[in-house]
Design a protein around this ligand. Structure first.
Ligand code: SF4
Length: 116
């Protein structure tokens, strides 16, 4: 994925309600033809869905990032499930001991995988 495609995808992803294609090219500061090519790549690779939309009587498209299922093994480290799942504590990601322990397990696992 090129830098501009990645930027477009991140922008679309950051707006769960979607982004109008007629706005996207302005936000990316590119011309509309280049924007169409980028959108085509993102829709062809199934990362973005394109929904017909009328804005002030003009036809455009609403672009929404597709949600992907998370691979279950990505939520496991050392057989331990990511502690954030079902966590009801007041969250402080930067200094959460549960998350630190889990990430430590993940690092150990990755290190042992590489040394095998
Ligand atoms: S970072 Fe810690 S406190 Fe926050 S949700 Fe995850 S486990 Fe819970």
């Amino acid at each position: 994925m090129s830098e501009i495609e990645e930027e477009a995808f991140k922008l679309i992803q950051s707006k769960p309600e979607g982004v109008l294609q007629s706005e996207l090219w302005k936000l990316l500061e590119i011309d509309s033809r280049k924007c169409s090519r980028i959108v085509k790549k993102l829709t062809d690779s199934d990362q973005v869905e394109r929904i017909e939309y009328k804005s002030e009587g003009v036809k455009t498209y609403l672009l929404k990032a597709k949600k992907r299922a998370v691979e279950p093994e990505l939520l496991l480290a050392g057989g331990e499930l990511l502690p954030c799942i079902g966590c009801e504590e007041e969250c402080s990601v930067e200094d959460c001991p549960h998350l630190m322990d889990w990430m430590y397990q993940l690092a150990i696992e990755e290190f042992s995988d590489k040394s095998e």
